[in-house]
Design a protein around this ligand. Structure first.
Ligand SMILES: C[S@@+](CC[C@H](N)C(=O)[O-])C[C@H]1O[C@@H](n2cnc3c(N)ncnc32)[C@H](O)[C@@H]1O
Length: 129
């Protein structure tokens, strides 16, 4: 089946680059600092489906050294523009070969999995590496 990522779009990436945490985004992120502080030891984080880097910058503010990855070149470019010192990598779908096993203390993903078609593929990604 042909899969098209609607997020691989310059205009959408630019819109995401200025998106903060309005409305339900605020609620989705509100309790994360406390949950993460309670359950995560270590500071190395992967932000899967980082988009324009909003979630990666959120992790940075919590004190993590985050690496943002995404399959959309437009999103990765926007992330780099907004955060030139950050680490953002364009990856092929499902390819985590850039990272050695157990490299990260936290694998974070916000609002990415709803863009991945099918339970099978979502599970493959969850259990990769
Ligand atoms: C709604 S955006 C969320 C971006 C960011 N996490 C945030 O909260 O601002 C979803 C992102 O997931 C990415 N994405 C979708 N499928 C992906 C996959 N298989 N691997 C990596 N990124 C993916 C899209 O390209 C898009 O940038």
């Amino acid at each position: 089946m042909l899969f098209s990522n609607v997020y691989d779009d310059k205009q959408r990436a630019e819109a995401y680059a200025t998106l903060d945490f309005p409305g339900t985004y605020y609620l989705a992120y509100r309790d994360l600092p406390a949950i993460i502080a309670e359950h995560v030891a270590g500071k190395e984080a992967l932000d899967f489906g980082c988009g324009a880097g909003r979630s990666t910058r959120f992790l940075k503010k919590l004190g993590f050294n985050p690496v943002g990855i995404d399959i959309s070149s437009s999103m990765i470019q926007s992330a780099k523009n907004s955060d030139p010192k950050g680490t953002y990598l364009l990856v092929n779908d499902g390819d985590f070969s850039a990272f050695e096993a157990n490299r990260f203390d936290l694998i974070f993903s916000s609002f990415a999995f709803d863009n991945i078609p099918g339970v099978g593929k979502r599970l493959d990604i969850c259990y990769a590496g």
